[in-house]
Design a protein. Structure first.
Length: 120
């Protein structure tokens, strides 16, 4: 499948991390979602019923990333991907990139991120 519906830079406050400080203070996470499914039907019909409601995707991302704290961003990305595939039958595959740019570390860096691809 080469068609993709893409949402980038979804900002969600979460409390994920290995340290107690990260789970207590929390931080902003940024999520990019790529949904793979056939866009030809909605492209021809111009009908909302033939595509994915991306507001629901945004709500799902907010619910998962803003929800139960996890130690690893890998686990958060897995949760997001699994829920999208479970909740949206039209989606054949999903790529989730989860960015954690503000971990409270003594090092200077631009971003820490994971990128996973899952399919049915």
């Amino acid at each position: 499948m080469s068609d993709k519906f893409i949402l980038t830079g979804i900002e969600v406050f979460g409390r994920h991390g290995c340290s107690i400080e990260e789970q207590n203070l929390g931080q902003k996470f940024y999520v990019d979602i790529e949904l793979e499914f056939d866009l030809s039907k909605s492209g021809r019909s111009d009908d909302y019923a033939d595509t994915v409601d991306y507001v629901k995707i945004l709500e799902l991302v907010e619910e998962v990333v803003g929800g139960t704290p996890r130690r690893l961003i890998e686990a958060v990305a897995e949760d997001v991907a699994a829920k999208i595939l479970a909740d949206f039958e039209i989606v054949d595959g999903v790529t989730v990139t989860l960015h954690k740019p503000n971990a409270p570390l003594k090092f200077t860096y631009v971003d820490a991120a994971v990128k996973i691809f899952r399919k049915r």
